[in-house]
Write a protein that binds this ligand. Structure first.
Ligand SMILES: [Zn+2]
Length: 500
């Protein structure tokens, strides 16, 4: 996420240029034309929501194959279904997870991140309604873990007998989502529009530490963690008039299970979360080398979808030059009027409805696209080590926009506390300093580390950190190891409190 509080501090205006980049959709794209004019182009039952730019057949090169040698070969396999065909604001879902732990376990733990306090206050709730472990019905043990008003944020599924490394367990879940109207967060709904992200029980495993049991806390921002999994299928059941933006590769549209419905299917080789937007949408798809950028949103947006596509492609190009290859073959961009700034997911982004000359626009786009490397490709526990995604991403967005963090005027308790958890940053005397402490101070720290190490060395070490930690959940120790070639940089990070 781009912290709104941090963004207020952004110096320098956006360029306002519309920009034209490598694109195959171009201004002749019928969906683009629809977005540019007043005419709505409603989805039809046989519509391809990608505007025809996406092939439906042929060999699949794999959606996330950068640094394929780093993929967890025994990663979990997830089949997920969201049914949006019922009442507005209510979603039913089912999920099957096949999991082979890399060390001994005696329970399986899932997290319901939708139940974090801020999201619940806005009318959203996730409830597990049924569970089977290896085909046998089980009653999970629910724990509030920061979410007392709901079923809780954590669910434990006891195993009849413990499993050893590499043993296999299959968990089948059914769940229900209640959505808040116009929620300025990752889940919500409005008229003919539904957005869902991290909106299913998420397996809480981290290779190494094991089950992630950090609480949900009352603070704006992300706090999830997940290893990557193979998204064997993502099925989204919608009213026929809806188009769907998903995660990974679009596999097509078929008639739904009941009259008047359709089902869209997606797959992904390796992702750590899932985002879906569905509704009466306009869509545009553009290509950059091997990357398809799909942009969708409701009619009446302030900025044309084709411009959003161009600006995201520009950010991809600039960030690739800095960080290495873009991690995904498909990037799904949702422009949502209720989204306050931007929220990142693996291969998907939710943006607010901004004009390109808004002072945060260029920063916002670069920031969210940079999260495809820092959180998408190189994962982290966002609740325990938020600086691992937000500090690096803020540094990257300033770098590619050729700007710098402002003077660190908003720091008091958070001075030299870059490496604190979101729980620490949710306390009464530090909660207002989160954006300053992690985003701005973290970016300033990395600029100073770059000066200390030398720009060439620093950029090489950043790439080494990405390469070595691709497709995993990184920790501060991984940063220390990757940057071990520059004691000067390590010293700066230590002085700022990055290593606790
Ligand atoms: Zn962010």
């Amino acid at each position: 996420m781009t912290a709104a509080a941090a963004l207020v501090l952004v110096l320098g205006a956006c360029s306002g240029e519309s920009g034209a980049f490598d694109e195959s959709g171009g201004s002749g794209d019928p969906a683009d034309e629809a977005a540019a004019g007043d005419r709505e182009r409603p989805a039809r039952p046989d519509d391809d929501p990608t505007g025809g730019a996406q092939p439906r057949a042929g060999p699949d090169p794999g959606p996330s194959t950068v640094f394929a040698n780093r993929l967890w070969t025994e990663r979990p396999v997830v089949d997920l279904t969201f049914d949006l065909s019922g009442d507005p604001g209510t979603v039913t879902g089912s999920e099957t997870v096949v999991f082979r732990p890399d060390r001994r376990i005696c329970e399986v733990v899932f997290r319901q991140w939708t139940n974090k306090p801020e999201t619940v206050r806005l009318g959203n709730e996730s409830t597990i309604t049924g569970a089977r472990v290896d085909g046998r019905r089980v009653d999970p043990e629910f724990e509030a873990l920061g979410s007392p008003a709901t079923q809780g944020s954590l669910a434990r599924f006891p195993l009849p007998s413990c499993l050893g490394q590499g043993d296999r367990v299959t968990v089948d879940l059914r769940f229900k989502l209640t959505l808040g109207r116009s929620t300025p967060e990752r889940v919500g709904y409005s008229k003919d529009l539904v957005w869902l992200a991290t909106a299913f029980p998420l397996l809480a495993w981290e290779r190494g530490p094991g089950w992630a049991e950090n609480p949900v806390v009352d603070q704006i921002g992300e706090m999830t963690t997940s290893e990557e999994f193979r998204l064997d299928s993502l099925r989204v059941v919608v009213p026929r008039k809806y188009a769907v933006l998903g995660t990974g590769r679009h596999r097509g549209r078929e008639a739904g299970p009941t009259q008047g419905t359709a089902v869209e299917t997606f797959t992904a080789e390796s992702v750590r979360d899932v985002a879906v937007t569905a509704g009466v949408l306009n869509t545009v798809t553009r290509r950059l080398d091997g990357v398809r950028v799909h942009v969708g949103g409701p009619r009446g947006l302030k900025t044309r979808l084709g411009v959003w596509a161009d600006r995201n492609i520009r950010a991809i190009k600039r960030l690739q030059a800095l960080l290495g290859p873009f991690p995904y073959r498909d990037l799904w961009v949702s422009v949502l009027p209720d989204c306050p700034t931007g929220i990142e997911f693996p291969g998907a982004i939710q943006y607010g409805d901004f004009t390109t000359n808004h002072r945060i626009y260029d920063k916002l786009v670069a920031h969210e696209v940079a999260h495809m490397w820092f959180y998408g490709l190189v994962g982290n526990n966002q609740g325990v080590n938020p600086w691992l995604d937000e500090s690096f991403t803020s540094w990257a967005d300033y770098t590619v926009n050729e700007t710098r963090p402002p003077p660190l005027a908003g720091l008091d308790a958070a001075e030299d506390e870059v490496g604190r958890s979101l729980q620490w940053y949710a306390q009464p005397d530090t909660r207002d300093e989160y954006a300053w402490g992690v985003y701005e101070q973290g970016a300033a720290m990395l600029f100073q580390a770059r000066r200390a190490a030398g720009p060439g060395v620093f950029n090489r070490l950043i790439r080494r950190y990405i390469r070595r930690n691709a497709h995993s959940v990184a920790t501060p120790a991984d940063v220390r190891r990757a940057f071990s070639g520059s004691p000067q940089a390590i010293r700066v990070l230590r002085e700022y409190g990055a290593f606790r």
